[in-house]
Design a binder for this molecule. Sequence first.
Ligand code: SAM
Length: 288
Amino acid sequence: MSSVHELLVSAARRLTHSPSPKLDAEVLMMRLLGVNRAWLYAHPEQLLAPKAAAAYDTLVDARQRGMPVAYLTGEREFFARAFRVTPDTLIPRPDTERLIDATLQMKLPERARVLDLGTGSGAIAITLALECPDWDVTATDASEAALAVARDNAARLGACVRFAAGDWYAAVGADERFDLVISNPPYIAPDDAHLGEGDLRFEPRRALVAADDGLADIRCIVAGARERLLPGGWLIVEHGWQQGEAVRAIAAEAGFAPVKTLDDLAGNPRALLAGWQQPDDPEHAHHA
Ligand SMILES: C[S@@+](CC[C@H](N)C(=O)[O-])C[C@H]1O[C@@H](n2cnc3c(N)ncnc32)[C@H](O)[C@@H]1O
């Protein structure tokens, strides 16, 4: 029988391709044993039964083949909450938390109507519903499998979110209007070499890739927001770090003002913030 310490050391040696071999080895062990890191450090000599050691070996083997840690543990933290994830959902990224920060700093109505397009695990919609319980939050996705995970996350985290399946705006009623449309859509170009690297190899292609150099879904979301936003409403859309200028141009051409870009934690341009018929926009001031 091998000890926890011996298994961790040997796993970290096998995971040298990973950016964080020791951390991965520990996280997989914590998940298997249902313990926290403090327990691992306090019980290095603990022996694992052959069955548990074999289960650990299977997890390390999958990680060695590149399977994302989040798919092996079945969860990823987003805005300090644990979200269940499966290979049917994107693994939520810290950069997307920037969209949440920006939304929470905005002046939206007390009972804002919010639409999260392409919700995946539900990370954005559920976080907003929990941070602002008076908001009326709707979340959509084209993937029924992803929506099932999102519904489960909402139930486990106690969030009140309405879920709807369908192609972008077609998932909600034609006469519905919102104060905020928010989305982290697919925006990677089909020929982008990154698709063959890291976690992206295992995530749903539908969650990642968009035609037209990665801009096709963003165009669709911006165009549709004109019909779906209430006067004075806002559109927030995540995009690739090289797409800021193109996405601002798409929004400006569609009649949004102001049109701004939000930077991610590393200072890269990563999301569109666009206003629709804002009272201080000279074009629409007389409607206010
Ligand atoms: C980049 S993932 C974002 C998931 C989640 N919002 C997040 O930030 O972790 C994009 C999501 O859009 C969904 N999607 C792709 N095409 C769609 C479409 N035409 N209509 C609705 N949702 C779509 C995918 O299934 C996927 O869940």
